[in-house]
Design a protein. Structure first.
Length: 228
């Protein structure tokens, strides 16, 4: 079977959204967490983030939804710093509140477009891994340019991963699964493909709903090698 390969581009133009704006209300708990979040919430800027690059493993999570996986994986990996980035204010407030409430100290949160963070705030060869669980599949053909996983973004993630670093992805959309496999097939720097769901990745509320609606879930992992 010939897999769909995303059109190659040098850089995804700024302003092209890979996410849909949500209009959910922020709760009092989430708002209160955001008002006093200095120790957890990083301010988005166009400069390098003040993290211990090269001293501890740093994981970038692109889009964390309700933060279920973020919290569970942070507890399971106390030696790792997780930089969780999302654009939706209520979810950001919830994760900040939950991290504080559970005494989790190895999660930092940013309310920002993850592509901007990757381009402007993260140095090359610095991330031990990237995680993207259930990115928006943008099913209509005219919206495929908005899909997060495509050639230019794979190039960007490759440049920010350390040698041997990996990108762990999960999706419940068959067409997007084939798209992702095709995109990585076309990239010489990554090895990998479909894997069993690691025990470290919990089944989230979203995933349970997808399964109940008859959609299968696939985990994929791609490891950075040498693009030669």
């Amino acid at each position: 079977m010939v897999r769909p390969v995303p059109p190659a581009s040098t850089v995804m133009p700024r302003g092209v959204r890979t996410f849909k704006p949500r209009r959910s209300r922020i709760t009092r708990r989430e708002a209160a967490a955001l008002e006093d979040s200095r120790d957890v919430l990083l301010t988005s800027s166009r400069s390098r983030l003040p993290l211990s690059w090269g001293e501890v493993p740093i994981v970038l999570e692109i889009g964390f939804g309700a933060g279920e996986a973020t919290r569970a994986m942070a507890v399971a990996e106390p030696e790792t710093t997780i930089l969780a980035v999302d654009v939706h204010t209520p979810g950001v407030g919830r994760l900040v509140a939950d991290v504080r409430g559970q005494g989790i100290t190895n999660v930092l949160v940013m309310e920002a477009d993850a592509l901007t963070v990757l381009e402007d705030c993260i140095p090359p060869n610095s991330l031990s891994s990237v995680r993207t669980f259930f990115p928006d599949p943008w099913p209509k053909a005219r919206h495929h340019k908005r899909r997060l996983i495509q050639g230019s973004v794979i190039d960007l993630v490759y440049s920010r991963l350390t040698p041997g670093g990996s990108w762990h992805i999960a999706t419940d959309w068959p067409d997007y699964l084939e798209w992702i496999l095709g995109a990585f097939d076309a990239h010489p720097g990554f090895d990998g493909g479909i894997i069993d769901r690691p025990e470290s990745r919990p089944i989230t509320h979203y995933e349970r709903r997808a399964i109940s609606e008859g959609r299968g879930v696939a985990d994929l992992e791609f490891t950075k090698g040498n693009a030669e």
